[in-house]
Design a protein around this ligand. Sequence first.
Ligand code: JCE
Length: 362
Amino acid sequence: MIFDVLTIFPGLFASFLAESLLAKALAKGLLTVNLIDLRDFTSDPHRTVDDRPYGGGPGMVMKPEPLALALESRLKASQEPARVIYLTPAGHTLTQKKLRQLATLPKIALVCGRYEGMDQRFLDLMVDEELSIGDYVLNGGEVPAMVVIEAVARLLPGFLGQGESLIEESHSHGLLEHPHYTRPPVFRGLAVPQILLSGHHAQVAAYRLGESMAKTRRVRPDLLARPELEAETVAVLGRPGAPLADHKAPQKELRALMKTVEFNGSTYPVDDEGFLLDAELWDPNWVEMIRVNEDIDEITDDHQELMRLLRAHHQERGLPPRVRDMTMVTGFKLKFIYELFPSGPGKGACKMAGLPKPEGCA
Ligand code: JCE
């Protein structure tokens, strides 16, 4: 993919193209950006690119000759004619759909205006398409051209890792993004929503879809106007204005209640009975801490196997196994579980395995 950028400010593009994923894509040859300085296509000593508007009025207009000569010089430089796009607040609004079309083209010339705009005859003769990046006015087309380059580049095969591009497809269901969280599990009194720590993929996906729908309804209800989305959103959230079900109500600040424990320099968020709240943080150091607390002499292979079985069950179901199911889930006799974990299957085994407290546990 080749971009030719026609501008009187090529310097504006230098750091934009020299950093980040875009720089990598340019280095890989995934795309090429040719910067063309319109002043190189003037023939007067002052390198003049603008002139006063016919009919009067404030401001200046870009002269057509340097623009036309610059485009024609690019035509000579390669066989392939470019799709010529002029960025202007008077253009069609750029959409992701439009960007997907642009990403299939071999060559695009982006014409950046300044002043009050271009001589209309250049537009009539040489421009294929006028695009606006949104309903606001900038001082020129350079920032809009960068927007087009960046948004097209990330659609090119190989720009994002293979995985990421697939993710993009499966997530572009026309809704706004769900919230994201990373470590630490508690930040300034706000905890990460419990469901995200559970390790249960189906429940996480359902939670995120609900959050996306709620956000979209709040911020961009216009995006829900498609009938299939409308119906699905009502199915998940109920009618607009209806109170949210308890389990879907936004989790506010019960968060400050979360405790942490520290062991050998690691900090773990726990509930008030000491069960680990973030399944991701489970590690040998946690196991060692519980071993000491539970007064167990040594972690044996049987301890390890029991924990593996409990964790597998939790992964699959999203819930820790209930104590009454523990024999069935693990194949271990209850008496043997008590020998391994003298305080029992819930308090000892689930806690050491990094699971939440199971239902029916004393
Ligand atoms: C531009 C200007 C119109 C007064 C060349 C603005 C595109 N989405 C966009 N916002 N702004 C632009 C844009 C693009 C090119 C030019 N101006 C300034 N435009 C009326 C001033 C000149």
